[in-house]
Ligand binder design. Sequence first.
Ligand code: ADP
Ligand code: MG
Length: 685
Amino acid sequence: MNKETHVIQLKGIGEKTSQLFHKMGICTVEDLIRYYPRDYDVFKEPILIEAIKNDEVVAIQGMILKNLEIKRVRNLQIVSGVIQDASGLLKVTWFNMPFLRNSIKQGYRLILRGRVVIKNGSQVMEQPQIYQVNAYEEIVESMQPIYSLVAGITNQAVLKAVKQVICQKDVVSEYLPATIREQYHLAEYNFAIENIHFPKNMEDLLIARNRLVFDEFFLFIMALRQLKEKKEKANNAFALRKVDKVNELIEKLPYKLTNAQLKVWKEIEADMTSEKVMNRLVQGDVGSGKTIVAILGILMVVCCDYQAAFMAPTEVLAKQQYDSMIHLFETYGFSFRAVLLTGSMTAKEKRLAYEQIESGQANVIVGTHALIQEKVNYYNLALVITDEQHRFGVRQRETLANKGKEPHVLVMSATPIPRTLAIILYGDLDISVIDELPAERQVIKNCVVNSSYRPTAYRFIQKEVESGRQAYIICPMVEESENIEAENVIEYTEILKDALPPNITVEYLHGKMKAKDKNQIMERFASNQIQVLVSTTVVEVGVNVPNATVMMIENAERFGLAQLHQLRGRVGRGKYQSYCILVNGSDSKASKKRLEILNKSNDGFFIASEDLKLRGPGDLFGIRQSGVLEFKIGDVFTDASILQQASDAATWLLEEDEKLQRKEHENLKERLDKYLNHSLNKLSL
Ligand code: ADP
Ligand code: MG
């Protein structure tokens, strides 16, 4: 076996399983050992049913009371049963696993392990893992890896495959130069790999993790420096000049731009009229008004007879930005020819859009990833804007930039990271910050409550709707399965429909819906045909419905603070007083403390730094990442010091051997080339 060996060569992996591995991005055994666990399970002794606390993962040993039942809800199959132990009964459910009815029968003695939640007033264990009693005894009290999975593959299958490779020893050789390893006290590569999958204890796990986080940051930074190298040479190929229309629009807007917006606009204007091509990141908290600054850029470009493209991370957002731009252009009498291009359009619609883009008939092009497909040829693209930058891959940003004659690039992000880190992470970009919110904006009122407050919250939502406003309710995120998430949203919507008067329209939105249906729901919500929207986090990114004034988040403790802040940013976008209700489903002190940070502050930067203080180094697993800037294993907040070390190491190495030509850097060079060709595409920042 060598690192290029295909996973199909492993014992127990056939054609079908290997295809599922492909879906997870795993082809070779090297990919496999780099498929790090997303968490670890410490398997505790089974407890008694009467001792279960809600929202905890527990193991129960007992007897299946009767044969399992299957119920269909929309496109989900729900298998349910009851397990009994000496202290009582517990309901259990599985989603879309109808075959269980044949493998689990009345009278079986088993251990079921899963999260227990309250559904319709009673306790249910959802999607439990199933163990024979003696098999469970073997793993009890050990640390077992948990992998992210795709449908059809089990954690056990991944675990076994990884184990086979690791048993072979040193399939991948060390590639970090010894000097760097010594300087930063980094573990040897194969030690790290073995202990990230199968840690013997917490200490070894942290040592292993430290090394792999370093690797991840180091490769990223090395790659970034190479990209920057290429970029710096690009000259501005466009005859752009300052145009009066921009000032005209600024005068006509119903609000006054903030000083921060004006300052950033001046930087953009200066860039685009300079000798070199613009590569600029605009950072600004949610609601700071990034879009209008981007639109000023579009206006300037179009007035100079070039095309501008605006890329959004989701269809919902693309459609919304498109509609609002059309509206703005009409209101102020700009005769722009805007076109929308998204994945869910029909082939015919797309073809029409391609033609308009290629002929130059369209000069403002708004869309999703569809904008960077090969079929799209631009007439004279001079400006590319990507909204919510952190949702795109670095390479995607590159591809769009490569579409024309090196267009100007503007990326926008609400990611609240300190400037020192931003300089390392966005090394190839200049940075502007909109560090001020529009003045007349009312501060969002927050409250953290427990679930007994729900009826009061519903009455409050009703009151807001009756005075013309709208509300979002976010259902908990479910790590294990999108199916459960969808199910929760549907069920919640039914309950809410009963709780609110019939003239209030309640609808739902979740990730499993078709793009077209999602758009339709979002459009109806934007035009107030829907007053209350029950949703998963799909609304998180950038959606702008200024009439919505209530954001209620169920099980807020399950979200990262940065993500909660983004969600909250969906309200407080208009002139009305807005509210954020954080429902805390846990009684733990720690989650209370975390949510209090949001309660007290509406400032994204402050929240991120407080979040960081609360998360000590022992806290690395078992809580979600900050929800932004998702590296595979590193977290730019908690691992900020490793990020700095990796940056220093890269600087040193590139000074020593810029092209990595020395013999001792051979392995590293190979690794880096591979990274540039594969991993970088997947990483979104
Ligand atoms: P974000 O920075 O989160 O992308 P948007 O650009 O969507 O924020 O702006 C949020 C809302 O604030 C929009 O409704 C926009 O019209 C409005 N807005 C933007 N700039 C100002 C300003 N200077 N004063 C008042 N409202 C503004
Ligand atoms: Mg935005």
